[in-house]
Each structure stands twice: as structure tokens, then as C-alpha cells.
Design a protein around this ligand. Structure first.
Ligand SMILES: [Ca+2]
Length: 378
């Protein structure tokens, strides 16, 4: 794309932005409705639950191996109760419609209490799993509990049939401990401990687990108890003050790869920008010119937030950009200028007249971004 054309598009769009809303588009970065979740970088903590409402909010889903154990919010905390039955039975909360992006560092903590002293084992732990429907199949966790009348800290990771664990005594002091999990994404190291975040506070380091084993999987958070033939009554094993202090929260239910959408009137994007598309009239019999697009993203994003390894698409038709340039515009907003061949659009839209087209791409945190505008086919 020539510099003159870029300047022309920029000037045209700058005028258009000042005088009109295109399709009424507004910046709409993804966020949960729960006031406790906020988009990364805006406010800390990102996610917090003190359980003081004594009822499960919309942050969580309940998972339980069977009806012999359960978690329940009571007494302003999350309590685990269990009957004494054979086997190792787990019940807990699993994050619902939110997860942590393993492509960024994160840090989270919780207060745990476990005051039984028994021969058989019982624990309360928290951690992350890439498998929200089967959270006991794959996870990294740390917790406290007791086995062989030995009150202990316990960390574990499981990946299918492979289970690795370690433990350390926690003495006869307070049953209430604050535990910390933090993650160095670049080096793929999980830090677990009871003193704080990072390597300086870690009781244990777990390298090569999260991204090496579960690449690009969003990490669901879980909090829960498990017991091996131990009767645990209410108040003996509980969690409180769960907090994600840093990280990038994603909505894992949204596809992270643009699908082959056919209806651009359906709003498929999670981050909506303003799009301009030139020419505004395409003549089927006219000269075969590329389609040029200009997309400005909501404030707060940076050029490095755009994943240029993922395709930028023009819909309908799904043509990939033949050229694309991303930069920070004078307004402080990210602007993406791109060129597309027109053939796929014309093949897909067979009827002449006004049609809505959309530009769609992906951010490095997995969210999709896009913008729509109208053009006329003749
Ligand atoms: Ca509480």
C-alpha cells in the first residue's frame, strides 16, 4: 500500500470519525457483568471473592465427584464437607466463563484453613486447570491438609495419569494459611508458597507444566476440598478471600480463532472498533482493485496487543489481508490498515446492492476484534 493511499484513508476516516458514528460502534472490551471482574490493567484486584454473601455468585460453577462431599458458602467463607467414604472425593468451585490467559504472568492467593488431625487424608487446595469440566484430570494446585496425623502443605500437579506431588509439615500453629500461586509466563514456571508471589517467596517452583503441557489453553481457577475416608464437618476445611491480583482474564467461551462467519450483521467480535472500507462502491464489471480498510480499535489497546500471527479477515467471504499495517494513531488509538482481494467477497455476496462487511482479527490475549461498515456492490 502506498503512503499516499494510507494518508488518504487516514484523512477520510479522521473526518468520518468527527462527524458520524459508523454503525453506532462503541468500544466494547470484554468484561464480565460481575463487578468483581475487571479487564486487566484497569483496577486491581482482577477477581475477588470474600464469600461474605453466603451464596454462590456468578463467578463459579460447582464441581463434585459425588454426593458424599460438597462445598457450600456459609459463615462468610467457602466450606468443604465430606462423609467418610472410600476413595478420594473432591468438591469445589471452578471459575465460570472466565479464565486466566497463560500467555501472561498471573498471581493469585487465598486464605485456607484445615484443622482436623487424622490418619486418613483430607485437604483444601486451590489451583488452575485447563479442563473445567474435568478439573481433577489436569491441574496444578497447592493447599493444606492432614494425612497420617501430619498437618501439611501439599502441592500437586496432575496431567492425566501422571501425578507429581510434594508436601511439607506446617506444624501445630494456626490452621489458617494464606497460599500464593504465581506464574512466570515467559519461562513457564509456576511458583507456589505461603509467603508471597514469585521466586523469592516460593516454597516450590514448577517449571515446564502449564505452557509446555497445555499450550494456549485458558486456565480455569478452582477452589475445593478432597478427602480420603475422612468425615469433615462444616468449619474444619474452608477457603476465604480468594483474589487474583494480576494477570489477564479472558472469556474462554469465545472462540479465539476467527471462524468462517457468514452473517456480518451478527456481532461476532469482543472488541469493536470503527471501520472504513474503500472503495465504498464495488463494480463487478469494473477494474479489479483491492479493497482497502481502516480499522481503529478502542482506546487502551496498543499495537503489540494485536496478534499479527493470526489472520485479518474480510467478511463475508473470509479473504485474508494481503497487506496489513498496525500503528498508533494520533488519537492514541491503534489503527490497522489493510488490503484485501475482492474476489471472495464478490463470490460470497451474489446479490448487488448495499451490504455490510466486517474486518476481523485477533488480539494476543485471544479476544477477537473487528468493525463493520456498509458498501455497495453493483
Ligand atoms: Ca469471608
Amino acid at each position: 500500500m502506498t503512503r499516499n493511499l494510507i494518508l488518504f484513508i487516514v484523512a477520510t476516516v479522521a473526518i468520518g470519525m468527527a462527524t458520524a458514528h459508523l454503525e453506532g460502534l462503541q468500544g466494547a472490551a470484554w468484561g464480565q457483568s460481575a463487578t468483581t471482574i475487571r479487564v486487566a490493567g484497569e483496577v486491581r484486584p482482577l477477581v475477588q471473592d470474600n464469600f461474605d454473601d453466603n451464596k454462590k455468585g456468578n463467578l463459579w460453577k460447582v464441581f463434585a465427584d459425588n454426593s458424599n462431599c460438597q462445598v457450600q458458602e456459609a459463615n462468610k467463607r467457602l466450606e468443604y464437607v465430606s462423609k467418610a467414604v472410600e476413595g478420594n472425593i473432591f468438591a469445589g468451585y471452578v471459575s465460570d466463563k472466565w479464565a486466566i490467559d497463560p500467555n501472561h504472568d498471573f498471581a493469585m492467593r487465598v486464605d485456607l484453613s484445615y484443622d482436623l488431625v487424622t490418619m486418613n487424608g483430607g485437604w483444601f487446595s486451590f489451583g488452575v486447570t485447563p479442563s473445567p469440566d474435568q478439573p481433577r484430570q489436569r491441574y496444578v494446585s497447592v493447599g493444606i491438609g492432614c494425612v497420617s496425623v501430619f498437618p501439611s502443605y501439599w502441592r500437586e500437579y496432575k496431567d492425566g495419569y501422571e501425578i507429581r506431588w510434594d508436601f511439607a509439615g506446617r506444624g501445630s500453629g494456626s490452621a489458617l494459611k494464606t497460599l500464593y500461586i504465581s506464574y512466570d509466563s515467559e519461562n513457564d514456571i509456576v511458583y507456589l508458597g505461603d509467603a508471597g508471589y514469585g521466586p523469592d517467596n516460593a516454597w516450590q517452583n514448577l517449571p515446564g507444566v502449564i505452557k509446555s503441557r497445555w499450550p494456549r489453553k485458558p486456565l480455569y481457577v478452582f477452589l475445593g476440598g478432597n478427602a480420603e475416608n475422612v468425615k469433615i464437618d462444616a468449619g474444619h476445611a474452608f477457603a476465604d478471600n480468594f483474589t487474583v491480583d494480576s494477570g489477564v482474564i479472558v472469556n474462554p467461551d469465545s472462540p479465539t480463532i476467527p471462524g468462517p462467519p457468514t452473517d456480518p450483521n451478527v456481532k461476532p467480535t469482543e472488541v469493536t472498533g470503527q471501520a472504513m472500507i474503500l472503495p465504498s462502491v464495488i463494480k463487478r464489471q469494473g477494474p479489479v482493485q483491492p479493497i482497502s480498510t481502516f480499522l481503529s480499535l478502542p482506546e487502551g489497546l496498543l499495537p503489540i496487543d494485536v496478534d499479527e500471527t493470526q489472520p485479518l479477515l474480510l467478511l463475508p467471504g473470509g479473504a485474508e489481508a494481503t497487506k496489513r499495517t498496525t500503528f498508533l494513531w494520533l488519537s492514541g488509538q491503534v489503527v490497522i490498515i489493510a488490503s484485501f482481494d475482492r474476489a471472495k467477497l464478490l463470490e460470497t455476496v451474489t446479490t448487488n446492492g448495499e451490504t455490510t462487511v466486517q474486518i476481523m482479527g485477533t488480539l494476543t490475549d485471544g479476544r477477537r476484534f473487528g468493525g463493520t461498515n456498509r458498501l455497495r456492490i453493483e
